[in-house]
Design a binder for this molecule. Structure first.
Ligand SMILES: [Zn+2]
Length: 65
């Protein structure tokens, strides 16, 4: 059996419930972080010269199982 799986859960940072790929999504303390939040984090990190948080291209896409 095959199909697509996506997990729904609240963002660690803003609390918004969003869908994500549990294997690829950036997370903190086991809780996923949504795309706008991770972009905001990376914008700040870039401005302060810190390495960017890696975000997989499929992080917010359904996972093929
Ligand atoms: Zn968020």
């Amino acid at each position: 059996m095959s199909g697509f799986m996506i997990l729904m859960g609240p963002c660690f940072s803003c609390g918004l419930v969003f869908g994500y790929n549990p294997d690829k999504v950036p997370s903190y303390d086991g809780q996923a972080i949504c795309e706008p939040c991770i972009e905001q984090v990376n914008t700040k990190r870039k401005a302060t010269g810190l390495p960017l948080w890696p975000v997989h291209a499929d992080a917010y896409e359904p996972q093929e199982v």
